[in-house]
Design a protein around this ligand. Structure first.
Ligand code: BG6
Length: 437
């Protein structure tokens, strides 16, 4: 049996309750050799029993996921002094590894890192790894400070900077789709591609995360990380070598080459002001953002890049759309044919959709755009694992492919700073909930 200790800071938060603990249960279900000893750390004055009750129904029952709790207010000095003793209580012996999951506001990362080092940053014979959740800071300067705090205590190979969009099936598949299909890769440049759109639309509002969200907004919550990461995979060149370092270098380069075109549309859904009334009346935080970028890479010169994200929109859907250039009139000049389009759906479906022009049955002359659709969930009834299950699994294995490097994040923040510098000076337009904004 392999025993792992998973210590979750922010143990009573939404992420821990809805995503991390269910992901650990799913991992334990899949691998009968894994036993997880979980310690949730949070401000709520729970004991182990109350913590288990607080989790989703059924979570407390798994024979190989033991759930424990430690109440600690990280803001208070010495609040984590007992961590070492508590770890000794929950670990049956030497674990195969310890994962410290930082699911708190980034402002606490430094303090937590200091305490982990004091209590349990052991190198051999097992691993100690830190997973840090986005957003890493609120701008490039704060990212650098925060990163330095982590790097002062841990080696780079111990730090896993998570972005759960990288673990989504479609996003993880972008490079395979591109590089294994000459049909796409040969035309994957600005001579053939007019526009690239990355869109993440959400149907829900901010809900219980208002305190976090109001400080963050759509640009830092979504564009800086999820949207830019997906975009980087679309734009990056073939890595020089087939290893993680070369892969992340190519991805970083793609982000470094991006520039903001200078105009952005921001919005706030009607009703947001009621949610934020007690916290920050009159808040100007954007819950929607739509902006254009361009790349300085010669391969992409002339291709428009559009990013779009928002909450409380008409429906939940995320996709990457590659719009090809229109065919200059050659044979069928009498028709105004739409361009070919490739859509990689991220969610709720993971379809790959290619729009081409063809004649419909019975039609002899007319051309009509039709869709060729590959629907993985229809063809293979596979139960695709959730993002956080993959993130935890990859961290246990020590694979960094799905995690972000410091250089990548620094480049992403540099770009984001240029976007927020403009957005800050404008008032978000109010849009009706349940519309396209
Ligand atoms: C999180 C953001 O990173 O991603 C949330 O903080 C957002 O605001 C969420 O709702 C979206 O993730 P998913 O997997 O539901 O699309």
């Amino acid at each position: 049996m392999e025993h792992y200790s998973i210590i979750i800071f922010g143990g009573t938060g939404d992420l821990s309750r809805r995503k991390l603990i269910p992901a650990l249960i799913a991992l334990a279900d899949k691998d009968p050799h894994k036993h997880f000893h979980v310690l949730g750390i949070g401000r709520k004055p729970f004991d182990d029993q109350q913590f288990r009750k607080f989790l989703l129904p059924g979570a407390e029952k798994h024979p190989r996921v033991d759930l424990h709790y430690m109440a600690a207010d990280i803001e208070k000095e010495d609040s984590l002094l007992h961590l070492k003793d508590r770890m000794a209580e929950i670990e049956p012996g030497l674990p195969a590894g310890r994962i410290f999951y930082l699911a708190t506001a980034y402002g606490y990362f430094g303090k937590i890192a200091e305490n982990i080092e004091r209590c349990c940053n052991v190198r051999d014979p097992f691993f100690t790894r830190i997973v840090a959740e986005k957003p890493f800071g609120s701008g490039r300067e704060s990212f650098k400070k925060l990163n330095a705090e982590l790097r002062a205590r841990f080696r780079e190979e111990q730090i896993f900077r998570a972005d759960h969009y990288l673990a989504k099936g479609t996003v993880d598949n972008i490079l395979r789709t591109r590089f294994s299909n000459p049909l796409f890769e040969r035309v994957w440049n600005s001579s053939s591609i007019e526009r690239i759109t990355v869109a993440v639309h959400e149907a829900l509002g901010v809900g219980s995360r208002i305190a976090y969200y109001d400080q963050t907004g759509a640009i830092k919550d979504m564009v800086q990380n999820h949207l830019l990461q997906a975009l980087a995979l679309v734009l990056m060149r073939v890595p020089e070598k087939k290893d993680e370092t070369a892969f992340r270098k190519a991805k970083t380069e793609a982000i470094r080459n991006l520039r903001f075109r200078g105009t952005i549309r921001t919005g706030q859904y009607r009703g947001y002001q009621d949610e934020v009334r007690d916290l920050n009346p009159g808040s100007r935080t954007e819950t929607f953002a739509e902006l254009q970028l361009h790349s300085r890479d010669r391969r992409w010169r002339g291709t428009d890049i559009l990013l779009r994200t928002g909450k409380m929109l008409k429906k939940r859907e995320a996709y990457i759309e590659i719009m090809f250039k229109k065919e200059p009139c050659s044979a069928y000049c009498e028709f105004d044919l739409p361009p070919n389009k490739l859509i990689l759906h991220i969610q709720p479906l993971q379809n790959v959709e290619l729009t081409i022009n063809s004649t419909l049955p019975g039609e002899k002359v007319k051309l009509t755009p039709v869709k060729m659709i590959y629907c993985p969930t229809c063809e293979f009834k596979a139960n695709t694992p959730e993002g956080y299950e993959i993130i935890l699994d990859e961290c246990i294995r020590g694979n960094k492919r799905l995690f972000m490097s410091e250089e990548e994040l620094s480049a992403a923040w540099r770009l984001t700073d240029s976007i927020t510098a403009v957005a800050e000076h404008q008032m978000p337009e109010i849009y009706e909930a349940g519309t396209d904004a």
